[in-house]
Structure formats: C-alpha cells, structure tokens
Design a protein around this ligand. Structure first.
Ligand SMILES: [Zn+2]
Length: 494
C-alpha cells in the first residue's frame, strides 16, 4: 500500500527526518556497496558514506552530469557503472544485521531459492527507457521489479493529485517509444484502476485515428505532448467533433506556459467542453519518475509535487554549484533514495527552475510535500551541445552534419524547424531541403533522407524537398551570408 496520503500530511520536521534517514540508509546499504561508479567517487574523494547523515551533508558529494553517461572510446558502456551490482560477498559485508537475518529467515522458511528470487526481484534489470539525443547513442536507464513498482507509485500519485477516479476513461496519446513519458502513463493508469487506451500517438495511429479513438471512448482525461494535444484538439474541433466529455488534459515532456493552457482550453471549450483542468507534469529519464501539478485555475500553477520518500531535490547555482535557499532560482539537482538497477545521486539535470523549491503546504490541495516551481527551462550550457526539443524529442542539432555527410548522394542540405501554420502553440515540423550530388539519381534521395533521419533522431521529417543546386545555394545563402543557413529554427522563442 502506497503511503502517499499520510505522506502528503506530514509536517516539515517529520519529512526532513524521513529524508535524512532514507538518504543515509540508501547510501550505506545500496549505493556505496553496489554501485561501481559511486564507490569510486566516494573512495577517490575520501568520503565516508557513514558520515553522510542529513540532506545538508549532500554537497560533500561531487555532482554527476549528463557527460558522465556519455560513452568514450575507452569505455563504450559507461551507463553500466551506474547500475547497482550486488553479490553475496558485498551483501554480507554491507547489509545491516536485521536485513541479513530477514534473508536467513526466508531461507529457512521457504528455501534458498526464495532468497534468490527476492534478490532478483529487487535488483535484476528487466525494463529500460532511454534518454534522447544527448549523445550519438541514447543512454539506457534500467529498472528492476522494485523500480517498476516505483513507476506504478509515481504514476498513481500523479493520478491521485489529478483526482482521477476509477470510473473515468483515460486516453494516452504520448508517442509510443522506449521513453519515460509513454511508460509512466501506462504504469500510472494501470495502478489507478481507470480504463486507459494508449494509442501510441500520431506516428502509430495518425491524427485521424487518435480522433476516432477519442470520439469512441469519450475519455474524461487525455494525456500527451502539449503541441500534439493542441493539434489533435484543434483538428477535432474543426471537424465539428463535440468534446463535452473532456474534463482533464495532462501535458508532459515539454515546458507549459499559462498562455498555452489558456489557448488549449479555449479550443476544447469551443468544441463543447466546460471547466477543463489543464495539468502539467515534469519528469526525466535519469529519475525514472515524473511529478505533477495539482488542479488550479488555468492562470496559476501549484508547482510540481515531489515524492520526499523517493528522492531529494536540491536547487544549485549553475555556475558555482552552491546550494540555493528555498524559493531561489537555480539548476535542479536530483538524488535517488529509493532506486535499484540504474541509480544516480546529485545529478545535474541541466534544467533551470525559476522560483526554486518550497516546503510550504500547497495552497490548492493542502499537501505538505515539497514542490518545485513549474517555470523550468533548459540551461544555456546544455544549448552549447546544441540540444533542441523537436516534436517533444531531444535532438542534438550538431548531429545533422554527420548524418547528412553519411548520405553520399546528398550534396547540400538544410533543415528547417518550424511550427505548423506558424502558430506558436501548434506541433513542431521538421522540413528538409536537399540537392543531389552530380550523377546521383535524385529520385531516391527523399527516401534515403527520411530513413536516415528517423533512424538517427527518432523523428520523421514532415517534408523532404529535393531542389536544384541553384535553389539550394539561394536557400543556404551560401553566396550572400557570412555563415550558411544550415539549420533554421523558426520557432518563436518564449
Ligand atoms: Zn497541491
């Protein structure tokens, strides 16, 4: 049974006590004994995990960054060092007597195999989701049964914040992919006892198919990527569909502004819905979890409600790394305290939160768990890697160079990222312009480009235009500009 209800009513002191205890226990019973990576970090920095007793002691541990997961020629599978790897000797050496005694009892009562099974369920990776676009190769984060249970828990906590009842129908239009957002919704919905359909989004069923499913199922709750939901609702409205059954729209995998919420509500309400709640969520692969806002009026955000029994968040100065005070802006840093399989601590998310974190009770739902402001943007040092979210997927723009250079029949290319109909609330569109190398048949060019981009970025271009060399030269301003216009991001900056 998930202790979410009592947890949301604990006072500040009790929550702090809980976090201190869990942190100390996790570091000494799981992380330091079983994580090859963090064992090295602790030993090299002469940190005794026994002396990390409270959240205030955390800054003694160095940060982990996205770069630490990126494979190098010397180490092609760096992500593996973050996976907890227990064995009999390590368990005997590090687990407290009471925990060893419990294992011994299981062995006596149910046999050695029962002990093995218990440990397998706790530690053996059985599932994974991937980060997108931060490296040439996506980084996998693995889950054991224990972690899957946490995925159910975070999902059901969000649905309980949204006050979703078992009698409600849920439509999940997140794109089907080995990414956190899709699976977080699947597991959350399973845990909630509500009836859910996961369509896989536009790529799997097409917008027509998603609208047809919505009209048939009449869900009161629809979840997905903001720009895609906006697109589906607008198309449905234009077709004359009545959307009176929609009560809650849950958005993920992108930043959501009050302006967007208002515009989306206007579209859905014009199609017959009334008093629609639009709720934002925040999550990332490395945490294998997501957090949510609770219902408020559309112009207010409650902030994301955290799970103090599962993780610790810090807000730090992105330049000095110094921990900020409550309510101050800074970069979000995540520490797992309930993880098995892949586990990270003091992980710099690269996300900048304006308004920081608060431990004051939520004025909307009364919950006492800490909350982070929903005004979260990507930090500029991440932009140096030229990361951009296109269609909700993080893409490293500098990879287009390598990608096109591998298509031998392409001579010149240009990538244009824009908003459909130049409407800033609409879906992203990726359009490619290219011309063929002399002697190469232009007829196959479009197909080659489409396949290559989909494979490398998991994004399907909306259009590929094969032009003449002269037209490409003009488009790229090869002869007129100081630097050619290789990648045009025409999306409005907010
Ligand atoms: Zn709340």
């Amino acid at each position: 049974m998930d202790p979410w209800r009592p947890l949301t009513h604990l006072n500040k002191e009790d929550l702090q006590k809980l976090q201190n205890q869990k942190l100390h226990y996790f570091l000494n019973t799981y992380l330091y004994p079983f994580s090859p990576c963090y064992r090295k970090v602790f030993d090299q920095n002469k940190i005794n995990p026994r002396l990390i007793r409270t959240v205030e002691d955390l800054p003694r541990i160095p940060f982990t960054s996205k770069r630490d997961f990126i494979s190098t020629p010397q180490d092609e599978e760096r992500f593996k060092a973050f996976i907890l790897q227990p064995d009999k000797a390590k368990i005997r050496a590090h687990w407290p007597a009471a925990k060893l005694m419990a294992l011994a009892c299981t062995s006596i009562l149910s046999g050695r195999q029962a002990v093995e099974e218990k440990l397998i369920r706790e530690f053996k990776p059985i599932f994974m989701t991937f980060t997108t676009g931060t490296t040439n190769r996506p980084v996998p984060f693995l889950y054991s049964h224990h972690d899957i249970q946490n995925l159910y828990t975070s999902g059901s906590r969000m649905l309980s914040l949204f006050k979703i009842q078992p009698s409600e129908n849920i439509l999940n239009v997140f794109p089907y992919a080995p990414h956190l957002a899709f699976w977080q919704v699947v597991f959350g919905a399973l845990a909630s006892n509500a009836l859910a359909l996961s369509t896989g989004g536009g790529k799997v069923m097409g917008t027509e198919g998603n609208i047809a499913a919505m009209m048939k199922m009449k869900p009161s709750v629809v979840l997905g990527v903001p720009s895609y939901i906006y697109h589906v609702m607008r198309e449905a409205g234009e077709k004359g569909c009545r959307l009176h059954f929609i009560k809650k729209i849950v958005l993920g995998a992108s930043r959501i502004t009050p302006g967007f919420k208002a515009k989306l509500a206007e579209i859905v309400e014009a199609a017959g819905a009334s008093q629609v709640s639009i709720l934002g969520t925040y999550g990332f692969t490395e945490a294998r979890s997501a957090w949510a806002e609770c219902p408020t009026s559309l112009d207010i955000s409650s902030g994301y409600h955290l799970y103090p029994d599962k993780e610790i968040f810090e807000v730090v100065d992105p330049h000095t790394g110094e921990v900020k005070k409550e309510g101050e802006d800074g970069e979000l840093v995540y520490t797992a305290i309930e993880a098995r399989a892949s586990a990270v601590i003091r992980y710099r998310t690269g996300d900048f939160v304006k308004g920081g974190m608060t431990s004051e009770p939520c004025p909307h739902c009364g919950g006492t768990v800490p909350r982070i402001s929903s005004d979260i943007t990507r930090l500029s040092d991440i932009k140096d890697l030229q990361l951009s979210k296109i269609k909700g997927t993080l893409v490293n723009l500098s990879h287009f160079d390598a990608l096109f250079s591998e298509i031998l029949s392409v001579e010149e290319w240009q990538v244009e990222i824009k908003k459909k109909n130049d409407d800033k609330f609409e879906v992203d569109e990726l359009v490619v312009y290219a011309c063929a190398r002399q002697g190469a048949p232009p007829s196959q060019l479009e197909d080659q480009i489409r396949k290559k981009i989909l494979l490398a970025t998991e994004i399907a271009p909306n259009a590929v235009h094969v032009l003449t060399r002269e037209e490409m030269v003009k488009r790229l301003e090869l002869e007129t500009a100081n630097k050619e216009k290789r990648i045009l991001d025409k999306r409005p900056k907010d």
